[in-house]
Design a protein around this ligand. Structure first.
Ligand SMILES: [Zn+2]
Length: 223
């Protein structure tokens, strides 16, 4: 039986999760909780490059079809990537909590908008003579490289249903996702997380029952 993505992360810290259904959410999801401890999967520049390759394979459309493999974050891009990730965590967190946009701090929005501002749209003629839209960045630095992530956030925040953006219902989990199910009933980042949360709840109610039955006779009714 195949292991879930969460189990992979718990097994090997180098694994990445793609459970968010949006590139921007899965950048945020590079911070995970492993055995109760907050863990940053982008803890080194080569980790960012590895995530980038995996993200391009998972979300080819967000990178403009296959994406340009030549455009990949270099070592200097890690601080920009983690700054964008933190800003997106705050912004998406506010949306997931159903908060008014005014609770979002201006600097967080500025981080996102600065990356978006490097982008442009153009029409090009492809090899077959057809007109094709492209999106490019004027910035050859980290902000320009991160444009696909910022555009994913832009799309999520402006064209999707905010009521479908959720935090995982396991209160020990920090992952975010966009619910794409027809029934709009997804509440967990993964089946593994749902099972862990449910068994933790069962354990807590078992402890509560044990505590109640351990009370001296009459104590429960107040005498
Ligand atoms: Zn979860």
């Amino acid at each position: 039986m195949g292991r879930t993505a969460t189990e992979r992360v718990e097994g090997t810290a180098g694994g990445f999760l793609f459970v968010g259904e949006a590139l921007a959410l899965d950048l945020v999801n590079t911070e995970v909780v492993v055995r109760g401890k907050r863990t940053d999967l982008l803890d080194a520049p080569n980790a960012l490059a590895a995530w980038w390759r995996a993200a391009r394979a998972r979300y080819p459309d967000a990178f403009g079809g296959a994406g340009d493999p030549a455009v990949s974050p270099d070592d200097g891009a890690l601080p920009a990537a983690t700054a964008l990730r933190e800003a997106l965590r705050q912004i998406f967190g506010a949306v997931a909590d159903g908060r008014d946009g005014r609770v979002i701090a201006a600097p967080d929005l500025s981080v996102l908008n600065r990356v978006l501002a490097t982008g442009y749209q153009a029409v090009v003629i492809d090899g077959g003579g057809a007109l094709r839209p492209i999106v490019g960045s004027r910035d050859t630095g980290p902000d320009g490289t991160l444009l696909p992530v910022a555009r994913s956030a832009f799309e999520l925040l402006t064209t999707k249903d905010p009521a479908r953006l959720h935090r995982c219902s396991n209160d020990r989990c920090v992952l975010l996702f966009y619910d794409t199910t027809k029934s709009a009933t997804r509440r967990w980042c993964s089946v593994g997380c749902m099972n862990r949360a449910r068994s933790a709840a069962r354990y807590r109610s078992h402890l509560a029952e044990k505590a109640a039955s351990a009370l001296p006779p009459g104590a429960a009714t107040g005498g």
